[in-house]
Design a protein around this ligand. Structure first.
Ligand SMILES: Nc1ncnc2c1ncn2[C@@H]1O[C@H](COP(=O)(O)OP(=O)(O)OP(=O)(O)O)[C@@H](O)[C@H]1O
Length: 258
């Protein structure tokens, strides 16, 4: 269970200080898929980073399973929570092979059976054994994002944080990677919190959605409500309508693929 209680995050000092996140209160249940949607700069990634323990100074409370979260988390607690970012190229070491990229977190956590775990993780995300000794630049964008997902799940986390995990990919590749994430979630039953500006992606991937604007949550509801146009705030409807053409294309790809 992830609980945010009146979370606030500010950046800058003095007259340059501004509130990136204000009064965010949320309960995300064990096993739930939760989505945060909003335009660029609305504060979605800051909320995700705060849950990940990457924000040193905040007001309010962040609890995971009742325990305070933040930079003071232990290594074991950090292992339970993994993150996948938008740009797999930036987050994968360019001079490390895929084998090294996947082995490293296991070595840091002093886990045994590294060979077997790497093999399983590659197969789980649909990569072939021959990809194992390549470098990131020798893979396609979709394959690189599969490596980033493998690196996150290899530690068997209970919570997966996804920050725009497919927005750097072509539409057809997005569909493949989103379906992969859905399958993994079904099989492994982890809790996911996903950030996206794309309402189609969030409606497809998540059980429940919060719409953010200027650092605040405007409203929260189920994805089914969102897809039916059931959100009441004009800003939510505007977001939905603005991307509906793109949504239709992406949703078609997704359902064709599922
Ligand atoms: N480390 C930081 N220092 C200063 N300002 C920051 C920092 N991180 C985020 N911000 C600012 O906080 C605001 C919210 O940023 P955030 O990344 O959370 O938005 P977002 O909704 O995820 O946007 P995007 O979709 O573009 O990533 C923005 O105005 C951003 O410039």
């Amino acid at each position: 269970m992830i609980q945010l209680d009146d979370l606030g995050v500010s950046f800058g000092k003095g007259t340059r200080r501004f509130d990136a996140v204000r009064n965010v209160t949320l309960d995300i249940a064990e096993g739930e898929a939760f989505g945060l949607v909003g335009e660029s700069g609305s504060g979605k990634s800051t909320v995700l980073n705060a849950i990940a323990g990457l924000i040193g100074s905040y007001s309010g409370a962040i609890r995971i399973d009742g325990a305070p979260a933040g930079p003071q988390r232990t290594g074991a607690q950090r292992r339970l929570l993994q993150m996948v970012l938008q740009d797999p190229y930036g987050s994968l070491h360019p001079r490390h092979t895929i084998d090294k990229i996947l082995s490293e977190p296991l070595l840091i956590q002093r886990l045994d059976g590294i060979e077997r775990r790497v093999e399983h993780a590659l197969a789980d995300v649909g990569l072939k054994p021959e990809h194992r000794f390549r470098f990131p630049h020798q893979l396609s964008g979709g394959q690189r994002q599969r490596v980033a997902i493998a690196r996150a799940i290899i530690l068997e986390p209970r919570i997966l944080l996804l920050d725009e995990p497919t927005s750097a990919l072509d539409v057809s590749v997005q569909a493949e990677v989103l379906n992969l994430l859905r399958r993994l979630r079904r099989e492994r039953r982890f809790t996911t919190v996903m950030v996206s500006h794309n309402l189609a992606v969030v409606a497809y991937m998540c059980d429940r959605v919060a719409v953010m604007s200027r650092g605040r949550i405007l409203e929260t509801g189920s994805s089914a409500e969102l897809a039916k146009g059931g959100f009441s705030h004009p800003y939510s409807r505007q977001l939905w309508n603005a991307s509906s053409g793109y949504n239709r294309d992406l949703l078609k790809e997704l359902w064709d693929d599922a």
